[in-house]
Ligand binder design. Sequence first.
Ligand SMILES: C[S@@+](CC[C@H](N)C(=O)[O-])C[C@H]1O[C@@H](n2cnc3c(N)ncnc32)[C@H](O)[C@@H]1O
Length: 273
Amino acid sequence: MDHQPQRVRVERRPVDEEESRRANGPDWDRYADEYQATHGAFLGDAGFVWGPEGLVEEDAGVLGPLPGRDVLEIGSGAGQCSRWVRTQGGRGYGLDLSRRQLQHSRRIDEDTGIAVPSVLGTATALPFAAGSFDVVFSSFGALQFVRDIDVAVAEVARVLRPGGRFAFSITHPTRWSFPDDPGEAGLTATQSYWDRTPYVEVDDRTGTVAYVEHHRTLGDWVGLLSGAGFTLTDLLEPEWPEGHERVWGGWSGLRGRLTPGSAIFGATLQRQR
Ligand SMILES: C[S@@+](CC[C@H](N)C(=O)[O-])C[C@H]1O[C@@H](n2cnc3c(N)ncnc32)[C@H](O)[C@@H]1O
């Protein structure tokens, strides 16, 4: 919920997986240039930032050891995180739904000389053989954009080797109750935390769905992970750092000093289902 294309109206209503994908791919294609122009410097061309609070993997340590490991990033965007993984000795690969985001990834590959092999695809159908990776992660990537999250988590379990790590950051589920506003309006709860009806932006001119976000509670995430054979080992809720005044969509110091804006989960695959 950190952007709105022009002339959209916001609705809450059910949207299936195909409609979510058909909306979000083109939406990220349209938004990619602005996203990279606005956030690229903060992310760093080969930096691993978990969210708007600026927590970096170097400090979080959620992925586990990287040297010699095969690492897949889902919703890799311009590949900044996977490029950092490569600087740490991991073999980082990217997957993203947006062609334009992947073009930015290629541009930064060329600028930095650190290439992240990346494919166009969706989190619910990973184009990799079973047991291909030691680590799968997503930094605010695909997970809150897919409807069939159980399929996406099962796909992660399938492509991981036993004992592999799965780590991801998302908007902290408690933020769902509040308007996506970095100011005072974002401090008052206006809707139920337990209402999973998706956030939908509809193009006013065509009536088509232009952008979708799906919500799960903290309890939903725990159930999803354990149901797919993972043991949850980490749940980080980064505090807003002193002196950090950067506003990113609905994330701001005003809100961040009061409530968590991001959640980072880390889990280990115990068994494949
Ligand atoms: C907020 S960006 C995060 C990108 C990158 N991790 C970063 O930190 O800049 C979300 C990314 O998820 C991608 N995405 C959205 N839905 C997806 C899906 N179903 N499968 C794969 N990627 C998806 C978008 O195209 C976009 O690049």
